[in-house]
Design a protein around this ligand. Structure first.
Ligand SMILES: *[C@@H]1O[C@H](CO)[C@@H](O)[C@H](O)[C@H]1NC(C)=O
Ligand SMILES: *[C@@H]1O[C@H](CO)[C@@H](O)[C@H](O)[C@H]1NC(C)=O
Ligand SMILES: *[C@@H]1O[C@H](CO)[C@@H](O)[C@H](O)[C@H]1NC(C)=O
Length: 393
């Protein structure tokens, strides 16, 4: 190669010097952008929103410290606990620090809990970080108790996304008295069947458009193998073609993966060490559930609920099948239930169409008269509990 840098004497030193400066500079920048503190929420002019809340708190949950991020435009708004997916993949770090993508934070104080073993909740022994469904359900109850006490609420609202929707179903079965209502996004129902449906769609589509490479990759997978879907299939061929065919996380180009990654890299809520730990958390947890909880068919096992049960799904979601999510809502018994699709979105309608998502959430609360109770803030000097209901919306 003619153009290879030729490293002789002084120029070599200069080159090394520049290289070291770049690496050190990059590291300093990463370090500076990772203070482990959430900045306050600002409006479109960069002015801090007067009554906002934007906080990282470390709370003892289930014998170890776990991290919660609390965000909202008005700290007297009702409380909504968000169960992230993965398992092991908190959502907040991938979202922009402000902007319409967080539209529902205008109407709710959202608690983004980094579940045991995920994100910043990794300060524990190996045993404590081990994936354990029973313990996670108990953790969710403790997180909820913390929120109820801190914000003076009798009950809160619960949202579960993806894996968090399976956890959410278990949580509301075990502790229905904690919640006014449950909202599933990318709702799981029968994930093994969902994987088969997604596989069939991808293979058929690949043939239709003449994507020979995809056909070959997919045909090398045996969907009747007892080990289907393996974690290497989930993270490899499946992830690649779900993205390519727009049936995975996003259906449109409204949010780019690169943008999401940059949000993570520059996310202020994590320390640098936690950003590296995040990747280990995702890897360890996904490995654990592939043959375990993911294979439970909720359509058979969990059909009766004591609280209102709503699903807001992307119409193109084949990562967690929209068809099966609808079927699930059709068969369950709940005091109130409804299935809503957000058009032209797939597995993350709340990120892809944040305004439509917030509207769907609020319209359900209004339509079914779900209590919309303002929070009483312990440290609020004016401190009167404010009550309200859906008619305020
Ligand atoms: C990690 O947990 C230990 C034991 O609970 C605690 O003493 C320590 O302060 C925690 N470290 C961090 C960084 O939170
Ligand atoms: C899971 O957690 C529960 C509750 O803390 C505990 O009783 C059980 O032994 C744990 N299971 C495993 C396999 O560690
Ligand atoms: C969905 O996207 C298609 C193609 O971009 C567009 O034609 C259609 O109007 C969109 N539908 C809705 C309901 O937004």
């Amino acid at each position: 190669m003619k153009n290879t840098f030729i490293c002789i004497g002084k120029s070599c030193l200069a080159f090394l010097g520049v290289l070291i400066l770049i690496v050190v500079g990059l590291f300093c920048w990463l370090f500076a952008t990772s203070p482990g503190v959430l900045p306050p929420l600002v409006d479109e002019h960069g002015v801090i929103i007067p009554n906002q809340i934007s906080e990282r708190v470390s709370v003892p949950i289930g014998g170890m410290n776990q991290v919660l991020f609390l965000r909202g435009y008005d700290k007297t708004n009702p409380i909504l606990l968000y169960l992230h997916g993965g398992p092991g993949s908190p959502t907040l770090p991938f979202m922009p620090a402000s902007g319409p993508i967080l539209e529902y934070e205008k109407s709710f104080t959202v608690c983004y809990w980094d579940q045991r073993g995920a994100g910043a909740s990794r300060n524990g022994t190996k045993e404590e970080l081990q994936f354990n469904m029973t313990r996670m359900i108990a953790d969710a109850h403790e997180v909820t108790s913390y929120l109820k006490k801190r914000f003076g609420q009798e009950k809160i609202l619960l949202v579960g996304h993806s894996w968090g929707s399976l956890l959410g179903v278990k949580v509301i079965r075990q502790n229905p008295e904690d919640y006014y209502a449950y909202f599933g996004i990318g709702q799981m129902a029968n994930q093994l069947e969902s994987e088969r449906l997604s596989y069939a769609y991808m293979l058929n589509h690949a043939k239709e458009i003449g994507d020979a490479r995809a056909v070959k990759a997919l045909e090398s997978v045996d969907i009747n193998d007892p080990h289907f879907p393996t974690s290497s299939y989930l993270m490899g061929v499946r992830s690649m073609y779900q993205t390519k065919y727009k049936i995975g996380i996003f259906h449109t180009d409204k949010v780019s993966m690169v943008e999401a990654m940059m949000n993570f890299v520059t996310f202020k809520g994590y320390k640098l060490k936690e950003k590296f730990g995040f990747l280990l958390g995702t890897r360890d947890q996904v490995k654990e559930i592939v043959y375990g909880p993911f294979n439970e068919n909720l359509i058979e096992t969990e059909r009766i609920f004591d609280i209102p049960f709503f699903v807001i799904q992307g119409d193109w979601d084949l990562q967690v099948s929209a068809v099966l999510a609808k079927k699930y809502v059709d068969v369950i018994q709940a005091p109130q239930k409804e299935y809503i699709e957000i058009p032209n979105t797939s597995h993350a309608p709340h990120l892809e169409e944040p305004i439509l998502f917030a509207e769907a959430l609020l319209s359900l609360i209004k339509k079914y008269n779900i209590p919309y109770i303002k929070s009483k803030i312990a440290d609020d000097t004016e401190g009167r509990p404010k009550t309200g209901d859906a008619s305020e919306l």
